[in-house]
Design a protein around this ligand. Structure first.
Ligand SMILES: [Zn+2]
Length: 81
């Protein structure tokens, strides 16, 4: 097979929807070292379902933007002298 290098220009991909599929990975769990299978959308998982149970899909709940306590210096209007 012939091969050659071509220049690929940089380009931006527009936002779009794409259908992705799960894959079943067979791997050794990092925690219990058991050979296991796991179906995932993403990259190869590291842990089996016993060690890391699948999380329910996160619901888009408004993130709590509570003000963090921070150090403040208060000035008193009352002059103690
Ligand atoms: Zn495990």
């Amino acid at each position: 097979m012939a091969s050659k290098f071509i220049d690929v220009r940089e380009y931006t991909v527009r936002a779009h929807k794409r259908q992705i599929h799960t894959r079943v990975f067979q791997f050794v769990c990092k925690e219990c070292n058991d050979l296991t299978k796991r179906e995932t959308f993403g990259p190869r998982p590291l842990y089996c379902e016993r060690c890391r149970p699948p999380q329910p899909p996160k619901k888009s709940q408004p993130a709590s933007h509570k003000a963090k306590p921070r150090a403040m210096s208060y000035k008193s209007d009352i002059d103690l002298n």
